[in-house]
Design a binder for this molecule. Structure first.
Ligand code: F6P
Length: 330
């Protein structure tokens, strides 16, 4: 952190990186308007780090972020940029930022994006701030990342609809939700939809237990059941589980993979509120010369924390939710 740079900051840039998440627009809006209010120039970088490398910078004003607070996706667009793992690429990015006279960079994204931003600072001393934006809610150091609540709500609404038809036809469904390396969406959706079981890849699937739960439900008059499954490394894990349940217990299931529907849609009020607070805190941190930091949601407060404390993935993400869902679905 370098307080001495405070008064040298005149131009800042903001980008979104990695998977989009509902509420990113609210964060962009908050960054742009807070910065302009504080006398800074703000540039939006299109398509994340890939756009940075292409020099895709656009000056933003207060109107450029008008009427976006309610929209999902990101007006700046985003990308995954594997090239940014290379030191040479980051060096080039540093030179581009310098040529564009950018004094600090705000990166809205998840774990991979934070790593790129951190290295840019570590290797070149470039001032960076992270804002957690990922539906996976799996960033270390913050209780919350922008988009999680909206994604969970979208999935819950979808499962409620599936529940209607599952009940009408007396069927069992496996509903696969997003979260490549994170069980967070599955765990929350499972509890909120009264699922009979939740499966996430880092835990061995207990087919015997799943069949027991389904049979127990049938005995007490249930005609359908819902199993929520986190996608894991790649979508499609549900089909393996479907096959195994049929083979081991003769249980028939239907599979529904919700997929990218969970990343779109209007941000919830929670996402709008947290994103607005984070965008504001990010700019204030820059003005105070406080970087590299990430904005974090800790016990209801939004605050800057050292970026290095936010680099890892959350550990031990409440696996007892699986037991909770089963306990409540007897
Ligand atoms: O952004 C996080 C996430 O939505 C994960 O939940 C999901 O596994 C992954 O991104 C999908 O990424 P892509 O859209 O690049 O296939």
């Amino acid at each position: 952190m370098s307080p001495s740079k405070t008064n040298t900051i005149k131009n800042i840039a903001v980008l979104c990186s990695g998977g989009d998440s509902p509420g990113m627009n609210c964060a962009i809006r908050a960054v742009v308007r807070t910065a302009i209010g504080d006398g800074l120039n703000v540039y939006g970088i299109k398509r994340g780090f890939a756009g940075l490398l292409e020099g895709s910078f656009e000056k933003m004003d207060a109107s450029s972020v008008g009427n976006i607070i309610q929209h999902g996706g990101t007006i700046l667009q985003t990308s995954r940029c594997p090239e940014f793992h290379e030191p040479e690429t980051r060096k080039e990015a540093f030179h581009i930022l310098n040529r564009k006279n950018i004094d600090a960079l705000i990166v809205i994204g998840g774990n991979g994006s934070y790593n790129g931003a951190f290295k840019l600072n570590e290797e070149h001393g470039f001032p960076v701030i992270g804002i957690p934006g990922t539906i996976d809610n799996d960033i270390e150091g913050t209780d919350y990342s922008i988009g999680f609540d909206s994604a969970v709500q979208t999935a819950v609404e979808a499962v409620d609809k599936i529940r209607d038809t599952a009940h009408s036809h007396a069927r069992n469904f496996i509903v696969e939700v997003m979260g490549r390396k994170s069980p967070a969406i599955a765990l929350h959706v499972g509890v909120c939809t009264g699922a009979e079981n939740i499966i996430f890849p880092s835990k061995e699937v207990d087919y015997e237990q799943i069949s027991k739960d389904i049979v127990r439900g049938i005995k007490r008059g249930k005609s359908s059941s819902i199993i929520i499954c986190a996608e894991g490394e790649e979508p499609g894990l549900s089909y393996k589980i479907q096959e195994e349940l049929k083979k081991s217990a003769g249980i028939e299931t239907h599979v529904c993979i919700l997929g990218h529907i969970q990343r779109g849609g209007n941000p919830s009020a929670i996402d709008r509120f947290v994103a607005s607070r984070m965008g504001y805190v990010a700019v204030k941190a820059i003005l105070e010369g406080n970087y590299p930091v990430a904005t974090a949601y800790v016990q209801g407060e939004v605050m800057p924390i050292p970026l290095k404390d936010s680099l890892g993935k959350k550990r031990d993400y409440l696996p007892h939710f699986v037991d909770l869902a089963r306990a409540l679905s007897i």
